[in-house]
Design a protein around this ligand. Structure first.
Ligand SMILES: NC(=O)C1=CN([C@@H]2O[C@H](COP(=O)(O)OP(=O)(O)OC[C@H]3O[C@@H](n4cnc5c(N)ncnc54)[C@H](OP(=O)(O)O)[C@@H]3O)[C@@H](O)[C@H]2O)C=CC1
Ligand SMILES: CC(=O)[C@@H](O)[C@H](O)COP(=O)(O)O
Length: 377
């Protein structure tokens, strides 16, 4: 089949998703050209990537314009809207991902979306701008890529989405034990190698809560029809149930290059011999459990914020981002992450039908509130 070479922009190229995106690009040189790269603090890696992939455009948060490399230095929002770009990979984490997603959506781009917080905080606004400008949101998050793939070819909406969760490293610990774990323990994810923030969110099950809200916007489902099942092997990436009770699931080895490649080559599927195949003899069996919201209160907090809507999800996201950072810096315990978020949500004065300024104000308020509350601990 004849295919054109897609020009790809990668925001967050020095992170876990960014590096794996570049691995996919490297393994399929006839399919992609890197048009732009953006990173934060890891200036040396960004320079190395720029040397190898020779992007026309670059952005680096922590370096001076002239020191990055030979590429043209432009802001991330401008890079996300480049007219010649075929696909924009947004893998900048947390609140830093929102403005690039909005810029790409306003420019009608195809967005391979790894950043989940933008949809959690401002799902209605982002999906509205996507629709108005005929942009496309292609999920990279493994669970949402799985659901997207399961829905392919279906003409009736699903009755239920079942998100799988690894359960994280503390799946079998008691509440008391979980509350006291160290950052080092929490960063040992059993099945995925990811950035710091999403790894801590996985350990607290906040990640699954954020993913419920993300799925709500991506697939236009009520939160009550999105459920979570613990599946420690992380081989089934999620499932969809239809009106007739039939279920579809998507499976692969836990390797983010699968959903990244699918989003980049969509609607085609492309042979890539560097991607690992499932060995059923090695897999042996697949296990499932129901999540325990008493031991993992972050999941319940996210579901409540998602059901309440308004500016609650934006406050949840921002509070979580700051709380995770405080935990990683040793300033609060793991058990204090949900405690702080619950207090922030209790104190939040929500705005109904928020516009983007309301979302940004809720985000700023929650960041300040959580810092203030943590100071009292
Ligand atoms: N990792 C994974 O497997 C998965 C991740 N996701 C989501 O994808 C997103 C990225 O995750 P992940 O790759 O793990 O994160 P990482 O922390 O590994 O990488 C983050 C990237 O963003 C850059 N960055 C951070 N802050 C800024 C900023 N303010 N301005 C510009 N660049 C910035 C970092 O630059 P630098 O390193 O140079 O500082 C780095 O390139 C998150 O939203 C996460 O939830 C979703 C599913 C799976
Ligand atoms: C790899 C990916 O997409 C993550 O969202 C991952 O699923 C996190 O693992 P948990 O299932 O432990 O949250």
């Amino acid at each position: 089949m004849v295919h054109s070479i897609k020009k790809v922009v990668i925001l967050g190229s020095t992170g876990s998703i960014g590096r794996q995106t570049l691995e996919v690009v490297r393994s399929l040189p006839d399919h992609f050209k890197v048009l732009g790269l953006a990173g934060g603090a890891n200036v040396n890696l960004l320079k190395e990537q720029a040397g190898e992939f020779r992007p026309e455009y670059i952005y680096c948060r922590d370096c001076h314009k002239e020191s990055a490399c030979n590429s043209r230095f432009i802001p991330m929002e401008e890079m996300a809207a480049l007219p010649e770009a075929d696909v924009i990979v947004v893998a900048t984490p947390g609140g830093a991902g929102l403005q690039p997603v909005l810029a790409a959506a306003k420019a009608g781009k195809v967005v391979a979306l790894a950043n989940k917080e933008s949809l959690v905080s401002a799902g209605e606004i982002v999906t509205g701008i996507v629709r108005e400008n005929k942009a496309k949101l292609l999920p990279v998050d493994s669970e949402h890529s799985a659901i997207w793939q399961c829905l392919s070819g279906e003409v009736t909406p699903p009755s239920r989405i079942i998100l799988t969760a690894s359960g994280g490293p503390f799946r079998s610990l008691t509440k008391n034990e979980i509350d006291k774990v160290t950052p080092e323990q929490a960063l040992k994810h059993p099945s995925w190698k990811m950035g710091l923030k999403v790894t801590i969110d996985s350990a607290s099950l906040m990640n699954k809560g954020l993913e419920i809200i993300e799925a709500r916007w991506l697939f236009d489902m009520h939160i009550q029809n999105i459920q979570v099942v613990i599946h420690p092997q992380s081989i089934i990436h999620s499932m969809v149930e239809f009106a007739d009770g039939s279920l579809k699931a998507q499976l692969s080895r836990p390797d983010m290059r699968f959903p990244i490649q699918y989003a980049l080559t969509y609607p085609e599927r492309v042979v890539n011999h560097t991607l690992p195949r499932l060995n059923w003899a090695e897999v042996g069996k697949l296990d499932f459990e129901i999540p325990d919201m008493t031991r993992f209160p972050c999941l319940g907090l996210a579901i409540s914020a998602g059901e309440e809507g308004k500016t609650f999800p934006a406050a949840l996201c921002a509070a979580d981002e700051v709380a995770v950072d405080l935990f990683l810096k040793g300033k609060i315990s793991f058990g204090q992450i949900p405690e702080l978020i619950a207090k922030v949500l209790d104190a939040h004065q929500p705005v109904s039908k928020p516009d983007i300024d309301d979302i940004l104000a809720a985000d700023a308020w929650a960041r300040q509130k959580v810092t203030e509350l943590a100071g009292n601990f």
